[in-house]
Design a protein around this ligand. Structure first.
Ligand code: BGC
Length: 280
């Protein structure tokens, strides 16, 4: 029997969730979307998350993405959401609002996890970077398939400017850039990134990666192959679900006590000290 987990993606414009079949990455029910409250203050967002959980009648753990740095459930940056998130124990706030156990992680990291597991990065060794081009630029760095969380490569400074301000999908729209001009900015950005981390593969995600054939072939000056993401818009939801499943192996499968102990020490992102507690 294949296992399901609820994943929810907090974005700048929408909060989207769906139960995910963990082996196929497919949604087992239609995605549910609510506009992100404006301003996107923590309490208002947590309320929406509770609505999503309730919509699916979900009673297990939930994986949630956040568009900023997340360490041990605490949100430490807020480039495109309300500043009130900074320094907040967001995982606890969301757990209280939803009544569920919450695994919280960066949105690009979640998308990257999904791409590496079942998408364009499947089976890829070495240094792989996943870039999500949306409101901002998110990044997920992998070494032999293992995530190095919270890399924030969207904020590399180029010509005195934050890279995402010049090269995100939002920047393309806001500055009315044609594909060629935007591809030029992406090339400058990726070449800089390449000089810093020498990836063997660059995976381009975010909604605009649906139109990858319009801009990826136009990107110049980058040695690493650049390929479009496969999961596109769903990657965040799928990756959130996968992260929650990794943090709660007990609910997903019946592990041996040894596996439970191992997960408790390496799970990393779940709150409340963990899986071992849940298992007992
Ligand atoms: C944030 C990242 C996030 C990305 C995509 C950036 O502005 O700093 O944490 O992953 O936007 O949402």
């Amino acid at each position: 029997m294949s296992m399901r987990m609820l994943g929810i993606d907090i974005g700048g414009s929408g909060i989207k969730g769906a139960p995910v079949d963990l082996s196929s990455g497919e949604f087992t029910e239609d995605r549910y979307r609510v506009a992100t409250p404006q301003p996107s203050r923590p309490d208002a967002v947590a309320k929406v998350l509770a609505e999503v959980v309730e919509h699916f009648g979900w009673d297990g753990p939930v994986g949630v993405t956040y568009p900023g740095v997340v360490i041990d459930g605490v949100t430490l940056s807020a480039a495109n959401v309300s500043r009130h998130w900074i320094g907040l124990d967001a995982a606890s706030l969301i757990a209280d609002a939803t009544g569920r156990e919450i695994t919280l992680l960066n949105d690009a990291d979640a998308a990257g996890v999904a791409e590496m597991r079942i998408g364009a990065g499947r089976g890829r060794k070495g240094t792989v970077v996943v870039l999500t081009l949306g409101t901002g630029i998110g990044s997920a760095l992998f070494t032999d398939g293992v995530l190095v969380p919270n890399t924030e490569f969207g904020h590399i400074e180029i010509d005195g400017k934050d890279a995402e301000v010049r090269a995100s999908a939002k920047a393309r729209e806001e500055h009315g850039l044609g594909w060629e001009k935007w591809a030029k900015r992406l090339g400058t950005y990726m070449a800089r990134l390449e000089a810093l981390i020498s990836p063997s593969l660059i995976i381009v995600g975010g909604g605009v990666s649906k139109k990858a054939d319009r801009f990826v072939p136009l990107i110049e000056g980058v040695r690493a192959p650049i390929v479009p993401a496969r999961l596109v818009n769903n990657a965040g939801i799928v990756g959130a679900a996968m992260a929650a499943a990794a943090a709660h192996p007990v609910e997903v499968a019946e592990p041996t006590p040894h596996e439970v102990r191992k997960a408790g020490t390496t799970g990393g992102r779940q709150r409340e000290g963990g899986t071992a507690e849940t298992a007992r």
